[in-house]
Design a protein around this ligand. Sequence first.
Ligand SMILES: Cc1cc2nc3c(=O)[nH]c(=O)nc-3n(C[C@H](O)[C@H](O)[C@H](O)COP(=O)(O)OP(=O)(O)OC[C@H]3O[C@@H](n4cnc5c(N)ncnc54)[C@H](O)[C@@H]3O)c2cc1C
Length: 443
Amino acid sequence: MSSSSRLSTDTSVREAYSADVSGLVMVPDAVARPASADEVIVTLKQASAERTPVTPAGSQTSTTGASITDRGILLSLRAMDRIIDIDVAARRAVVEPGVLLGDLNRALTAHGLLFAPDPTSLDDVTVGGAVACNASGARSLLYGATRPHVHALNVVLANGERIQVARSGLDKNTAGYAFAQEPVDWFVGSEGTLGVITRAELSLIPLPASVTGLAFPCPDEATALDLVIAIRSSALRPRCIEYFDPVALDIALTRTGALVYVEDATETPLDAWMELAESHGVASDIEVFEGEAALREARKFRHAVPATMNERGAAQRPRGGRKVSTDWAVPFRVLPQTIAAARRLVDAAGLEQPAIYGHAGNGHPHQNFIARDADELQRIEGVVEATLRHVLSIGGTVSAEHGIGKLKRKWLPLQASPAQLRVMRAVKNELDPHGLLAPGNIL
Ligand SMILES: Cc1cc2nc3c(=O)[nH]c(=O)nc-3n(C[C@H](O)[C@H](O)[C@H](O)COP(=O)(O)OP(=O)(O)OC[C@H]3O[C@@H](n4cnc5c(N)ncnc54)[C@H](O)[C@@H]3O)c2cc1C
């Protein structure tokens, strides 16, 4: 099949690629579904010559409108889904961008290895999408986001030029500006705007010998957040510390109160956990999850919250409503005050409190609001902006995980200085001078 025959302008195909989970719908002019890097190059060369915009896409689970477009070609990388090599001794895997993280980890399990980043959506997320968003998840508390786990990339630039970038592996390097020293980092988190990832060499970690999950039911939010800070401040080193507020806990487990969930891969005696919890007023009904099946169940209830809120948001679309999800983060010690301030802003606007849940150990909760119509959407966005201004005033970020995409572009200048924005634009102009890649994302 020639590359051009993989380009479709059929309405049903274009519509099939017109939505991610942001609630936005944007129908592209055409959809290209390359099966190889060579086909990506052909598509980009042709698009560049004709000045046609191209937006790369993986599984389109973006929450920010990053993987949809109504300008030019939607370039779906899903068909490039081969695991090319697993080097057990070097702990590296070479994969095409359309491989799903869940499939990759199932293949790696047989070799006692793990690709550490774990977005909640990992069974549906492509490697290309995870790299382009610098995705992270619960266990990023211990292992970090996707960035440190990307060793090398093959990238096709907007003009169709293929480049290969790999980490230097140097401990020390004073050659030139820091941001230019590791070009891999230009593309991790670039949301499709700087190049199309056609191959990734990923760094792997050994599968932990054992993982124990612990769920600490708490009477209220204050107790739960106090426990989160106590755990982070202790000598314990869990790989995740997740929080569920009463709304989220009702969705996840149809229970009242709040909950803190941790996973420990360090074989710390359970007594140490129990003692810490008890000294913070959490002593009864602590649940322990051991073994893969039990841990899977625990992760399922975690996944239920965003999945349910996405469904509730989608149901409001006919009236102009949708889910509004924040992914701000603050230094973990100021999380309780920040959540309290965020709740006050919601109350002051006369809105229903959102579900608040997620990566509390990183000072990174999600607030999930459901806007029932366009008017409520506007009021929620006003509260979100006020919350983000507060978050920034105490050293936080407007986006810790899901990226900027199209929906959060308006928040970026609140955080990035004019000089930072000029440098970002300069890099974009250098790599994509005609602004053809993923227009509308980030800048
Ligand atoms: C229920 C749910 C839970 C989620 N939980 C998390 C979470 O815990 N953590 C988290 O980080 N995210 C989470 N997300 C958001 C989303 O899953 C991640 O951002 C994910 O990394 C997107 O991967 P994707 O394959 O769907 O990429 P897409 O949505 O298709 O694309 C995302 C971005 O990557 C770019 N892109 C895709 N492929 C390439 C490529 N080959 N080359 C260059 N650019 C490319 C696109 O242009 C776009 O900018 C969640 C989403 C849902 C629906």
